[in-house]
Ligand binder design. Sequence first.
Ligand SMILES: [Cu+2]
Length: 311
Amino acid sequence: MISIKNCFAVKRTARLGGVSAAAIMFAGALASLPASAQQPEPWQMNFQDAHSSLMEQMVSFHDFLLYLIIAITLFVLGLMLYTIIRFSEKRNPTPSKTTHNTLIEVMWSVIPIFLLVVIGLFSLPLLFDSDDTVDADLTIKVIGRQWYWSYEYPDHGDFTFDAFVIPDDEIKPGQLRLLSTDENLVLPIGKKIRVLVTSSDVLHAFAMPALGSKIDAVPGRTNELWFDIDEVGMYYGQCSELCGSGHAFMPIAIQAVSQAEFDAWVVQARERFAEAEDRLSPRPVKIVRNDAAGDAPVVVPGDTPPGVAER
Ligand SMILES: [Cu+2]
């Protein structure tokens, strides 16, 4: 088996030759901007800061639920303590034989129903909003592969490229171990971005905590989600579905830029990735057998399910 490290080394070497002067200039121009960077922190106890409108709603909903749960837990704890103390054998030597109390039974049915309805009033609009991908400003396609991500920009000339994790021994200052990638998913801020997510081999999951996004990448089917990004900066996520031995090595790095910078990036990216076929990583291939003729198997390029994949 080819080690993951070797794959990356081959891939990285191929890629370095293709970096154009425009890309370097672009990176230089971005370095001067104030930016947020959303990534996991050591001993982090809560969410990353919210940087999409959906994530802001999710955090509010989460906080509301937390207060509700604390109130319910304290109430039940109080009832239990009262029962334990007030009705102990010492204080209550002759127990009551009461078996029914209509008022209490109605209350312990109606109050939880009421609470669930209140939760539903907040959660259902959020659920519908997160599913509402219509009227997006742009669409991108994300394809999970063992073990890297491919990104496509169908609205901008349909160019495509791969993003690989930076191996530990190639990390440069400013890059993050297991989070930085050789190519970023560059996106404009303040736009409704529809993301189509699929996979070419096994189950992966596209997860971006600061943007409130997580959805499975399923071979043979397309899932979709949307987000908008409120601030220029870097946003890091990871594959969140155990997808094989390289699962920990396929991070997602989103570089959020202004619309003008995005337009400039698209122009140079279209050029850079235009004839990318030879520089893209090997896609899974389909092996067609023609046993009747006794021919050797024919290998046909194309996205095919696992089991027939060959790297
Ligand atoms: Cu994966």
